[in-house]
Design a protein. Sequence first.
Length: 214
Amino acid sequence: MPDSRKYIVVEGPIGVGKTTLCGLLGEAWKARLVLEEVEENPFLPLFYRDRRSYAFQTQVFFLLSRFRQQQKLGQFDLFENRVVSDYMFAKDRIFASMNLGEHEFSLYDRIAAILEKDVHTPDLVIYLQASMDVILSRITKRGRPYERDMSRSYVEALVNAYNSYFFRTRDLPVLIVNTDGMDFRSRPDQLGMLMRAVEEHRGGIQTYVSRTRG
């Protein structure tokens, strides 16, 4: 992988396989992992049961938690060590735009704008996609209790919000990867092909086409 790509982020909607791929890439590249602290958010189970009542608390907790992690990342020497993360700081605004009312979002946006000035920009974002049925199957398979209250319509809205963000962004290098039929954990050939695609990425938004499916 080119030495200039020290900070790589794997992104995508819930259940698409971000953390699994991060772990595999981190091991292969001997990189430092920065993983989102989802389980530490005490408002998340409440949010999935009552989105309207707990959206703001959930969002602000995530915003501050992610900022704290990014501050630690800023203390890490990106010139000497590679970092792989399963989220980008900007993702928080995707969720906030979906879940917060107008006045809540206005307040949230003012806070986020102050914090993001001190956040590193990824050298490359690997944007994972999957069909709705695959995503829902993966969510069910991992068996997180609070995700049982998540509706299909919410996941669909989240997928659409992610797509809207990534297909209009022009300030980030992005590699789009459809993970339907992919199993990076049990198929090292698939992982190897993806790693080569990362090495060959030359900027802008590119779509990864696997030659190892099946």
